[in-house]
Design a protein around this ligand. Structure first.
Ligand code: HEM
Ligand SMILES: [Ca+2]
Length: 690
C-alpha cells in the first residue's frame, strides 16, 4: 500500500481551556411517570451525569459535570433582527424557533457544538495556548497499524442495528462540504473572516492549511456567506475578542426531526412533497412507491445517464449505500401510509394539516424507536435511565423534561469521533434473504455505493430488508470491514478510499481536543505516560500507538476512544460513552417538540402517546416493505428462540384511529368549544392555531 498523503501538520500540546467545573448537581434518585426536572431555579443543573469519578471501565457509569459555556455578551455583537417566532404546533423544516429564546439553536447551516476548545496545528486558538507540537502520523498509516480488518460477526445484533445508526447520523449532522469529500472539502473561516480551509482535491487529505500558507491571508467572500448565521455572528464576535477559531458548519438540523426525509428547508422540501393528501412525492413502479428521481442524477449518483435511478430525498446522502436507501424509503413510505390513514378518518383536513400531522407522528415513532429500542443497545439501558435519557413510563404518561437552556447542537466530538466508532459495525457483504430466511445471493457493498438502482430491481427491496434483519452486523471492535477500509467509493476501480483514515483525518481537520483531554473531561484519570492508558486500552494497542505517535498527548480522540474496553452493557468505552450520552441527553431535553412531552399546545394525548410507544423497527419493515410477511419483534436483534419470526399482523401496531379529529364529527363540531372545555385533556391538540 502506498502512502500517498504526506501530512504536514504539526500538533500542539496545549493547556486546554476546559469548559468544565466540578459543581455537583442534585439528581432525583427515582423516576416517576410524570417528571419535571431541571427546574428554572437551577439553570446550570442541566447535566445528567451523576458521578464524577471513574476508576474502571466496567463500573456502571460515571462522568463529569460541566457548566454551559458562559453566554456571549450580546453587546459584543451587532444586533441582528430576527423574524419573531410564531408559536406553531409544528416544527419548522430548518429547526428554527424550536427554542423560542434562541431560535437558531439546532438549525441547519449552523455550527457544531463543542465540549472542549479546539486544537489546531497552526496555532489559531486561545492566546494562552502553548505550542509545543509534534508531527502527527499519517492517518492512513494509523488506520493500517492500529485498526484491523477481521470479519467478526456480532453474536447479538443485525445489520439493521448498524443501518439505523447511519439513519440517525444523517438526521443529526453533515459537515458542510465535507462528507461528499470527493466533490469538496470542509471550508472554514477564522474569526476575522479569513479562509483557512478551501476546496481540496478528491480524497481531501491534509485539509488544514499550514500557518504560512497564502490561504491564511486570503479573505473569502464565499466563506463569509458560508458561516455567518446569527449564531455564528455571535460566536465569531466572541471569537474575535478572544482570538478563537471559527467553527465547522453542519448543514442539517441537529434535532431528530427526520430532516433526511423532509429536507432542511422549504426549498428542499418543496420538490419532494406531493401537495395533495398530505403526501410526500413518490413515483409508482411495479406496484410500489419510490422516491422521486434526482434531476441532478449524474452529479449525485454513479450513473451513466440522467435517467438511471438516483433518488431525491431530504438528505443528499440518500443514495450512498443500499441499506441506507432502504431505510430512507421505509420512512418515506411510512409518512404516506400515515397520511393516507389520517386523510381517510379526517376527510375534512386539508393537505397541509394531513402533511404536518403525518410528519409529526412519523417523527414521534422514529424518536421512540431511536430512544427506547435502539439507543439502549449502544448506551446501555441502565446508563440511559440513570442519566435520564429514557424513563420507566407507564402507558400514556408524559415526560416533561424540556429545558430551554440546553443547546441541542450536535457536538463536534460526537459527530467527528464518537459516533463514527460504529463504522466498525459495517458489514461488507449484503445477503439477499427470502421469506423462508434462506440466502438466495449476496452483494458486495463497494459495487453499490451511490447506485440505488440495485434496491429497486426484482425483489431486492424485500430480499435486502430481510437480509438486514437476518444477517449479523460486524462486531463493534477495532476491526473495520475491507469494503470500507480499502474499497470505499471505488466506483469500479480496483481500490477505493479508507473510511477509518478519513475519520482520523477529519478529527484533525475539525481540531478536536486530544484523546487525553477528553479522558480528563469525562472524569477519567488524565494519562501522564503511555502506561497510564492501560486502565482502558490493551498493551498491544498501546504499543501500536507508541510506534506511531511521538507523545501520548498526541493520540487523536477518534483513535484512542476506539481502543477502549467497552463499559458493561454498552457498545463503547468510557470516553465515547460520555460524549454519546451527553449528546443524546441534549438532543432529547433540548427539543421542545420531543414526543414524550405533555405540554398542552404541542402534546399528543395520552391515548395517542400510548399508541406511539408501540412503534417498532420490525413494524416499519412489515408495513413498508413491498411484501414482507414475517419479522422478528426485535429487528435490531438476531432471530433466536426468544426473538422468533412472527407474522407481521401479530406484531404491535400503532392505532391511528386515535387521531380521528373530534372537532369534525357533526355532533361535536357545532359546539366544539364547549366540548373542549368539558374534556380539556382530550381535545386541545386539534384546536391550536397553525
Ligand atoms: C455502510 C454504512 C456506512 C457508510 C458507507 C458510511 C460512510 C461515511 C462517510 C463516507 C462519511 C463521511 C466521511 C468524511 O468525509 O468525513 C461518514 C460520516 C459519518 N458517519 Fe458513516 N457510514 C456508514 C455508517 C455509519 C454508521 C452506522 C454510523 C453511526 C452509527 C455512522 C456515523 C457517521 C457520522 C457521525 C459521520 C459524520 C457526519 C457528519 O458529517 O457530521 N456512519 N460516513
Ligand atoms: Ca435533523
Amino acid at each position: 500500500m502506498t502512502l500517498r498523503h504526506k501530512i504536514s501538520l504539526s500538533i500542539l500540546t496545549i493547556i486546554v481551556d476546559v469548559i468544565l467545573t466540578s459543581t455537583a448537581v442534585h439528581v432525583p434518585t427515582s423516576s416517576t411517570s410524570y417528571v419535571t426536572y431541571h427546574s428554572s431555579s437551577s439553570p446550570n443543573a442541566y447535566n445528567p451525569f451523576v458521578n464524577k469519578q471513574i476508576t474502571k471501565p466496567n463500573s456502571s457509569f460515571y462522568s463529569p459535570f460541566f457548566k454551559a459555556p458562559a453566554p456571549v455578551p450580546s453587546q459584543m455583537c451587532p444586533a441582528t433582527a430576527l423574524p419573531p417566532c410564531s408559536r406553531s404546533r409544528y416544527r419548522t423544516l430548518d429547526g428554527s424557533c424550536n427554542n423560542l429564546q434562541n431560535p437558531l439553536w439546532g438549525t441547519a447551516n449552523n455550527r457544531y457544538g463543542r465540549l472542549l476548545t479546539p486544537r489546531y496545528g497552526d496555532g489559531i486558538q486561545s492566546p494562552t495556548t502553548a505550542v509545543t507540537g509534534q508531527e502527527l502520523p499519517n492517518a492512513r498509516l494509523v488506520s493500517l497499524i492500529v485498526f484491523g480488518e477481521n470479519d467478526v460477526p456480532d453474536p447479538q445484533f443485525t445489520i439493521a442495528n448498524m443501518q439505523w445508526g447511519q439513519i440517525m447520523t444523517h438526521d443529526m449532522s453533515l459537515t458542510a462540504g465535507g462528507t461528499q469529500s470527493r466533490k469538496h472539502a470542509t471550508r472554514c473561516c477564522t474569526d476575522d473572516g479569513k479562509l483557512i480551509r478551501n476546496n481540496m482535491p478528491q480524497t481531501c487529505y491534509p485539509i488544514l492549511v499550514p500557518k504560512n500558507d497564502p490561504a491564511h491571508s486570503q479573505t473569502g467572500t464565499e466563506c463569509m456567506n458560508f458561516v455567518r448565521t446569527q449564531t455564528d455572528r455571535d460566536n465569531n464576535c466572541a471569537g474575535i475578542a478572544n482570538n478563537r477559531p471559527a467553527e465547522q458548519i453542519t448543514v442539517v438540523t441537529s434535532y431528530m426531526d427526520l430532516s433526511m426525509v423532509y429536507g432542511n428547508s422549504e426549498q428542499q422540501n418543496r420538490p419532494i412533497r406531493a401537495f395533495t393528501g398530505g403526501r410526500m412525492l413518490v413515483e409508482n413502479r411495479a406496484g410500489n412507491e419510490w422516491p422521486p428521481q434526482d434531476p441532478n442524477a449524474t452529479a449525485s449518483c454513479d450513473v451513466q445517464t440522467p435517467q438511471e435511478t438516483c433518488y431525491l430525498a431530504g438528505d443528499m446522502r440518500v443514495n450512498q449505500n443500499p441499506g441506507l436507501t432502504i431505510m430512507q424509503i421505509l420512512l418515506l413510505r411510512e409518512h404516506n401510509r400515515i397520511a393516507d390513514n389520517l386523510q381517510t378518518i379526517n376527510p375534512q383536513w386539508d393537505d397541509e394539516t394531513v402533511f404536518q400531522e403525518a410528519r409529526r407522528i412519523n417523527i414521534a415513532q422514529y424518536q421512540h424507536i431511536s430512544y427506547y429500542e435502539w439507543l439502549p443497545i449502544f448506551l446501555g439501558r441502565e446508563n440511559m435511565l440513570k442519566n435520564r435519557l429514557i424513563y420507566q413510563t407507564t402507558a400514556g404518561s408524559f415526560v416533561n423534561d424540556y429545558n430551554p437552556n440546553i443547546d441541542p447542537s450536535v457536538l463536534n466530538s460526537h459527530a467527528t469521533a464518537a459516533f463514527r466508532y460504529f463504522h466498525s459495525q459495517i458489514e461488507g457483504r449484503l445477503d439477499l434473504i427470502a421469506e423462508s430466511r434462506s440466502r438466495v445471493g449476496s452483494l458486495r457493498l463497494s459495487d453499490w455505493f451511490n447506485r440505488p438502482v440495485i434496491v429497486e430491481s426484482g425483489d431486492n427491496f424485500d430480499f435486502l430488508s430481510r437480509g438486514m434483519t437476518t444477517q449479523p452486523e460486524e462486531l463493534t471492535d477495532i476491526n473495520f470491514d475491507v469494503e470500507i477500509k480499502h474499497f470505499l467509493f471505488r466506483r469500479g476501480m480496483p481500490f477505493g478510499g479508507d473510511l477509518r483514515a478519513i475519520d482520523i483525518q477529519r478529527n484533525r481537520d475539525h481540531g478536536l481536543a486530544s484523546y487525553n483531554d477528553f479522558r480528563e473531561f469525562c472524569g477519567i484519570r488524565r494519562a501522564n505516560s503511555w502506561e497510564d492508558f492501560s486502565d482502558l486500552i490493551s498493551q498491544r494497542d498501546i504499543d501500536n500507538l507508541r510506534s506511531l505517535y511521538v507523545s501520548h498527548e498526541d493520540v487523536d480522540l477518534t483513535v484512542g476512544g476506539s481502543l477502549e474496553q467497552h463499559v458493561n452493557g454498552a457498545l463503547a468505552g468510557p470516553t465515547f460513552l460520555c460524549i454519546l450520552t451527553e449528546q443524546f441527553y441534549r438532543t432529547r431535553v433540548g427539543d421542545r417538540f420531543f414526543y414524550e412531552r405533555g405540554d398542552a399546545d404541542i402534546a399528543f394525548t395520552r391515548e395517542q402517546l400510548t399508541e406511539i410507544r408501540k412503534a417498532s423497527m420490525a413494524r416499519l419493515f412489515c408495513d413498508n416493505g413491498n411484501n414482507i410477511e414475517q419479522m422478528q419483534p426485535a429487528a435490531f436483534l438476531r432471530i433466536s428462540a426468544e426473538n422468533q419470526l412472527r407474522q407481521c399482523n401479530q406484531l404491535p401496531q400503532v392505532d391511528l384511529s386515535m387521531w380521528r379529529d373530534p372537532s369534525a364529527l357533526p355532533s361535536y363540531s357545532s359546539n366544539f368549544v364547549a366540548a373542549q372545555n368539558a374534556f380539556p385533556g382530550y381535545y386541545p391538540q386539534f384546536n391550536v392555531k397553525k
